[in-house]
Design a protein around this ligand. Sequence first.
Ligand code: TRP
Length: 331
Amino acid sequence: MKRILTGDRPTSDSFHLGNYVGSLKNRVKLQDEYETFILVADLHALTTHFEKTADLEKNIRGLMLGYLSVGLDPRKVTFCLQSQITGTTELAYILSTLTQRAVLERQPALKEKLDQGAQDTLALYYYPVLMAADILIPRAHLVPVGKDQKAHVEFARDIAMKFNNLYGEVFPIPEPLIGEVPTLPGTDGQAKMGKSLNNAIFLTDSPQEVEKKVMGMYTDPKRIHQTDPGTVEGNPVFIYLDAFGSESDKLQTTNYKLLYSKGQVGDIEVKKYLAKVLNNFLYSIRKKRAEYEKQPDLVDKILKEGTEKARQEAQSTLQEVKKAMKLDYFE
Ligand code: TRP
């Protein structure tokens, strides 16, 4: 079975609907087709959040609960914690010897993060090298990521090829898998849902919170009276209905789109329906989460055992790496 490695930085303790459509949903599907490793990248969190390490524990637990609640199955998926896979930083050093400094200086994500006010640390430049080590150490074939991460996976590809050419075939060449889903807009109509943008609906929101956020959602700003013809295209209410409605909601959604565009239904009625659809979608996620929340020891055990497995994989890859590079004097 081919292998996947993907992951998230624990800079927050909750996932929102945008994270679900953009990545979690796809991971749930892929867990049956690939041997999946999901990495909680706490070392990468330090590139922007080194002053907030007190939050790491809460965030790591929050991500784990999020993964498990959406149906990532610990019998199929290896969950692992980056800082405890000691071989990763060692491999990262080795990969850095094959990395031109100019390549790191040119990475688009760097400029973006600096523009957002991140501190200009070496770790920020080094981000792609560590990420390449994350991917190469379990010898992953496929890396599902958002399009903002594509350049990093391409960097990992280039460096794997360079390594293999120089020292012999140790690494499979990893492929990025970029989610095809267009980015989910925020409740305020902005192009992207984001925690820091204050326009997100979280998987952990209560039914009342969901309803409140939906009732305040941005719709068609030009529509003043419910008899005004409304715009369906690009309207976040309808985008969410399409993204989260079940099979049996399709007919009603189509119906509402028609009525809305003719000015025959009010925003409030459609929003009430959306709140119901979202709460139905979140029902099983909330239920699963509650079960795991009751068993914090189990959640920790899942991460610990997965990390142990990842660590063993890492050691065996490192051994091969060192052998290939003649860094094995005592062997
Ligand atoms: N850089 C990723 C992000 O910010 C997280 C991450 C770290 C990752 N290591 C990885 C993703 C390896 C895929 C593969 O979302």
